[in-house]
Design a protein around this ligand. Structure first.
Ligand SMILES: *Cc1c(COP(=O)(O)O)cnc(C)c1O
Length: 452
């Protein structure tokens, strides 16, 4: 490596470090001028290259101010986690290694770390330790991957080879979801040829939970999708009842547990996510509540052979025996060694640290709910997890308050729709959020509400 390359990498690292050190002081959403300045990027492809130091400098100078302080402690938008410092460090190291983690032969280190990280995640979430799994870009593709395994198995049981013969002329399969199914699950059902809207859709209660008293008679091949953690309310479907009902009919149960599944890692919250261990497959995110850098989701499938069958390729590509091949369980071919960050997070936190991270976010959410409702803000959900859903009167006023909160820049919360009503969501998903962050953010929210 040239000395100038060394300086370049150090310079980028120092810029990133300065960025993170300044997070506490900067506004959470970018200033409008910073967003407007992004127009500097809209130039044609340069004919000639330039000094790499300038390339990095311009990214830092122009793009940096137009980023959103997601890595800080006062960002509560969507359900977006932050990143633990140890995972940013592991990510940098793994990027330096530049490993293609598709095959053991390409990177023994990445392959073994992935195997261990998968086992640790299954252990932390109290799921079967011998489940198969894949580290993918996020919960969307984790849902896709796990549901591809479900599709393989369910059709296989009818005598149909869906992976080779496709869906043309295939026997029908019932796909069951709740009315509050995450929109990405519908998208994935479309990608799998199972149909976005061709579902049996079960009614939900006021928290978005599938109503256990509404389960219809289920017959024939079926896939049932439930969720651990509604994206708005944080509520859990009654997994225990649904799994018993589905199993009795021979159906496959898939869990979208993008963030809620992590409740199982915290003894004081685990009861919320009881029964999910009975399912056949699970999708979760590591870039949400585990607080690793983007992008990282995890698909887990009880019957590892069903996952391998759904992901299999022409036999010639892969060695037939030997160590676990990451690519045999994933829809991806070449990919980064993203399991390294999961390993680093869990090695750093340990079981108790992970439990404390999850529990702390839930405690912060409860404080938000208490402070806001004490000042007359309507809290729409039962706050048991990390999500707080509030409304400031009608749609118009709610949207004005949200705009004022975002403009103030102390914190960032986004709008959402909840059962026909405009609302605002506060998702506490960051390791970095402190009591002081909650205090300051709640004050800013109340100030915006008072002015609207
Ligand atoms: C975030 C989320 C998803 C999608 O996850 P990505 O990481 O954005 O792909 C799916 N389901 C639920 C419940 C989520 O919260």
């Amino acid at each position: 490596m040239l000395p100038s390359d060394r300086d370049l990498l150090l310079d980028a690292a120092q810029r990133a470090i300065r960025y993170r050190e300044a997070l506490g002081a900067r506004r959470v959403g970018p200033a409008p001028e910073a967003v407007a300045a992004l127009k500097q990027f809209r130039v044609p492809l340069p004919e000639h290259g330039r000094d790499p130091r300038e390339v990095i400098e311009s990214l830092d100078r122009v793009a940096g101010p137009a980023t959103v302080s997601m890595a800080g402690g006062r960002y509560f938008g969507f359900v977006n986690g932050s990143s633990l410092p140890v995972t940013v460090a592991s990510n940098w190291l793994a990027t330096g290694w530049d490993q293609n983690s598709a095959l053991f032969a390409m990177s023994p280190a990445a392959a073994v770390i992935e195997e261990v990280a998968l086992r640790w995640v299954l252990d932390a979430l109290q799921l079967p330790l011998d489940a198969g799994g894949a580290f993918v870009t996020g919960a969307t593709i984790a849902n896709f991957t796990a549901l591809a395994a479900a599709r393989h198995k369910v059709f296989r049981e009818t005598g149909w080879d869906v992976d080779n013969d496709g869906l043309f002329g295939a026997p029908p399969v019932t796909v069951v979801v709740g009315e509050e199914v995450h929109t990405t699950v519908r998208r994935v059902l479309g990608l799998l040829g199972l149909g976005r809207t061709r579902t049996v859709t079960l009614p939900v209660d006021g928290q978005g939970r599938i109503r256990a008293d509404s389960l219809p008679r289920l017959s024939g091949p079926a896939i049932v999708c439930i969720q651990a953690g509604n994206v708005n309310t944080g509520a859990f479907d009654p997994a225990h009842e649904i799994c018993h009902w589905a199993k009795a009919a021979g159906a496959w149960v898939h869990v979208d547990g993008a963030f809620g599944l992590w409740a199982r890692a915290a003894p004081d919250r685990a009861a919320l996510a009881r029964g999910y261990e009975l399912a056949d497959s699970w999708a979760t995110d590591a870039h949400k509540w585990l607080n690793v850098p983007y992008d990282c989701g995890i698909a887990m499938v009880r019957d590892a052979s069903a996952l391998a069958a759904a992901m299999s390729m022409t036999a010639a590509y892969l060695p037939q025996s030997g160590p676990r091949e990451p690519m045999s369980y994933s829809p991806d071919g070449s990919r980064r060694a993203r399991a390294v960050d999961v390993w680093a997070a869990l090695a750093f936190l340990g079981r108790d640290g992970l439990a404390e991270l999850v529990d702390r976010c839930c405690r912060h959410a409860a404080v938000f709910a208490a402070k806001l409702s004490a000042s007359g803000v309507e809290v729409l959900n039962e706050v048991r997890l990390n999500q707080v859903l509030v409304a400031f009167g009608d749609a118009d006023r709610t949207s004005r308050v949200i705009a004022a909160i975002q403009a103030a820049g102390v914190c960032w919360c986004g709008g959402t729709k909840w059962q026909g009503r405009d609302a605002m969501r506060i998702s506490v998903s960051s390791w970095a959020t402190t009591e002081d962050d909650v205090e300051r953010s709640a004050a800013s929210i109340l100030e915006a509400a008072a002015r609207a």
